[in-house]
Design a protein around this ligand. Structure first.
Ligand code: GLA
Length: 401
């Protein structure tokens, strides 16, 4: 694979000012919880997006997606969502930097000068090895890489958390997915061999060393992404908001899902026939998952990965039966390893409707399990399984030339 530096040189006849690498993420537990103000436990992985960037002076953004062999040029201003999907992850964050008043106000240096230079536009080359649509947050990695690169290029002085929040807004406005903060947060804040417990309410976070010893984190990729993934994602978010509102009508002191007990879900939503049982099911899952994450963190503190793994299986059940974001392929992959003594835990990961399962598997058994699963997945689901044995790596960073 030609280096991103060489690609940049070939395309622009000039060396890039900066090269930035931004990873994809896994999430150990706490799924569909970030936008409900709970705790999540993600980590950055050894799959990444790389960008090379350099300034222009003619008010144009010249974008090259190396892997796709596509080039797009756009003027810096009046940016609106583009028909080419990957372009939105770049111009979405540019729009954030240009137009979000708070962001501009937080630039401590000479705002006018920076804006002037920034208005000149930039050249950017992108490549990566995060499989697209696998639920490993390739889009967040791209947004974070671009923001981090712009931050360096124009000395914008954004913190990692500010950049995570801007990337999240970009995803809302330019990609139309009303995602939570987890993916961008994890890509930017990752540290080697550490999972990060993020409080999605206060945005406080703590690093947890992941001592997996004889175990590996293995991702089984269904290699499918059902078309309804983003519309159903937004629907889940609305269903949760509806449930929260109904509970607040009876319990006005409740601010977020963090304040809700299972009993309150039962009292307010179990027999609510305005919305059928869906709102009830979604909220029951959210409250149960929030409690599960708290217990799972205690397991982690005691290095009891067996107990931790059991909770991953419980999360899968909840996501499949109550939250209804799984699919036959994901259920198949989890059920196939559920009674295997060498698998501590397995569950679908990320938004759902395809993508990967995350598994904690004894190192000595990975090869055998992978072989058997690849064969049965091909035979029964008629698809090819992709397998990623994953390591936990550092978050978005500059690459030394
Ligand atoms: C997607 C979203 C995240 C999060 C997960 C589910 O990855 O981008 O914000 O909600 O789904 O946990």
């Amino acid at each position: 694979m030609l280096s991103i530096r060489s690609h940049f040189l070939n395309h622009f006849n000039d060396a890039p000012a900066f090269i930035v690498k931004s990873p994809g993420r896994i999430n150990l537990i706490g799924e569909h919880i970030d936008y409900n103000h709970g705790f999540v436990l993600p980590a950055a992985i050894d799959k990444f997006i790389e960008v090379a960037i350099g300034k222009r002076t003619d008010g144009t953004i010249h974008m090259v997606a190396v892997d796709l062999g596509e080039t797009i040029l756009l003027p810096m201003h009046n940016l609106t969502p583009h028909a080419t999907v990957w372009v939105n992850y770049i111009i979405g964050v540019v729009d954030q930097v240009l137009n979000t008043e708070n962001n501009v106000a937080s630039i401590e240096n000479n705002v006018a000068k920076i804006k002037d230079e920034f208005n000149g536009g930039f050249n950017i080359c992108v490549q990566g090895n995060i499989p697209l649509g696998a639920g490993l947050s390739s889009s967040a990695a791209l947004e974070c890489a671009v923001l981090f690169a712009l931050n360096e290029l124009y000395s914008l002085s954004f913190t990692k958390m500010q950049m995570a929040l801007m990337a999240q807004s970009a995803e809302h406005t330019f990609a139309g997915v009303h995602c939570g903060l987890m993916d961008m947060f994890a890509s930017l804040h990752g540290e080697k061999n550490k999972a990060i417990l993020l409080d999605c309410d206060s945005l406080a976070f703590t690093y947890y060393p992941l001592a997996l010893n004889d175990y590996s984190i293995v991702l089984f990729d269904t290699q499918i992404k059902h078309a309804l993934a983003s519309s159903e994602y937004n629907t889940r978010r609305l269903e949760c908001e509806r449930g929260l509102k109904l509970i607040q009508e009876k319990y006005p002191t409740v601010k977020t899902f963090r304040d809700i007990s299972i009993e309150q879900v039962e009292t307010c939503l179990a027999s609510n026939d305005i919305n059928g049982s869906k709102v009830y099911q979604r909220c029951k899952y959210v409250v149960e998952e929030m409690q599960r994450v708290q217990l799972a963190v205690q397991d982690l503190e005691k290095s009891d990965m067996k107990a931790f793994g059991k909770k991953m299986f419980e999360t899968h059940k909840g996501l499949s039966n109550l939250y209804e974001v799984s699919c036959p392929e994901l259920d198949f992959l989890v059920e196939a390893v559920a009674n295997n003594e060498n698998v501590l835990g397995a569950r679908m990961m990320g938004g759902g409707f395809g993508g990967c399962t995350i598994n904690i598997i004894k190192k000595s058994a990975v090869e055998e399990i992978t072989k058997a699963l690849t064969a049965s997945y091909a035979q029964l689901m008629h698809k090819e399984l992709a397998v990623y044995i994953t390591s936990i790596e550092e978050g978005t960073h500059l690459v030394a030339e």
